[in-house]
Design a protein around this ligand. Sequence first.
Ligand code: C2O
Ligand code: CU
Ligand code: CU
Length: 493
Amino acid sequence: MKTNRRNFLLVALGLSGATAAALFARGMMGGRMGMQGGSQAVKKQENRFFNPLRIPPEIKGEMKNGVRHYDLTLQSGISEFFPGIKTPTWGINGPYLGPTIRLKRGEEVALRWFNRLPESTTMHGHGMHLPAAMDGNVHQVIEPGRSWVARYRVDQKACTNWYHPHIMDRTAQHVMLGLGGMIIIDDKESAALPLPKRYGIDDVPVVVQDRLFTKEGYFAYPQNMMTVMHGFSGDTLLVNGTIAPYFEAEEGLLRIRLLNASNARIYRFALGDGRPMHLIAGDNSFLERPEKVEEVLLSPAERAEVVLDLKGMSGRDLFLVDRESGAGVLRIRVAKAATARSEIPQRLTRLESVEKVRPTGSRRFDLAARGPGRLVINGKAMDPQRIDEKVPLGAYEIWTVRNVGMGMGRMMGMNHNFHMHATHFRILERNGSASGVRPWERGYKDTVFLAPGDEVKLLVRHTDYADASVPYMYHCHILEHEDAGMMGQFVVV
Ligand code: C2O
Ligand code: CU
Ligand code: CU
């Protein structure tokens, strides 16, 4: 099974069996060799951060008969992460990652995904509030050479979402190869706020991933019990597909949209000199008010928006760092005079007050390891044929999610998170107290981090799109865990 899985990654890249075998022999097999080669190359570059940050193109679609159409092609290609070194990758409308899809609340949209890859996959709108049949989850498979259209009305608050594959057992590999991208939803409220909003200038996507390279420059993806249990961890950070990046900012306010698009890694984003950042948004909404924070912890798939005050910093550098690993993430070079004025308003949005709500139901979700390589929720591994929960439309419910260790030795110390499709939730408590909820967890969320032993209480409500026959998913978003079974299905009825 190990060999098959490794083979898969190369075959997926469109390489012949013979080429794949040769690569195995040279580097892919020895994940360690690759790791050291990669490490050294990275160390050298991290000192300098001289690569201009790639800004994914923004696509706004084309209006036809009242529907905004977006054309998205899944394709394989070659990326040059290190100068002169060619890395086979996958991407959307390009060789690695994809464009930033810009959506407007209230609009009817049609996202046409055309699969030119040698494999079937799916394309999920993470954080999107939409009908189950448009979710792009494990059930909406796109065969090679075919296309699939996600058509729906954008009906949620302004936020930063993203898209990525969600194919049974293979999501981790497909994301690793490069499938994914940002979705930005605008609404009247976000348009009226005086925040920085010029894409790529003072409103910048920061999609953070980690990778491991072989000596040849291929992505290495060691598949063993350690990667299944603890998730993949690479030694090289990429931001929007750029290694050791810098960004030239204007002197003024800089808004960055952080997305942890890594398979398994947890980041604690902070500024190198420890100065505070102005936190304005989490997964699915603004916070009611901005909050000064020193760091933001994001587990896989979580997002946060922060505004950095670069006034008076002309000619200086600021580093975005990951306190968890100590690595630099992005060098921000303040090199230009401000060409627009923006500010951080005292009030950003209004969220429904949770105090007055009387929940009418409750559910429990226990995340645990069951035997080697098998990860379960409430004792069950994902079965696409089974519906695990029937959730009544419109009802407020309390969902209690726990990361239980199961007393299996070193498996006890596993991180997990919990993601729910179709809707967003509020986090009421962490480990029995409301004060355990962190600043970036105070808006609407769709993914919540659980350290070993953690328990969170979520206020959940599914407001639309009842459909007894097509399920949505909930799962751990550490992709190796998701693929190892830590996922379940629910229908809204
Ligand atoms: Cu980001 Cu079910 O996924
Ligand atoms: Cu999702
Ligand atoms: Cu997990």
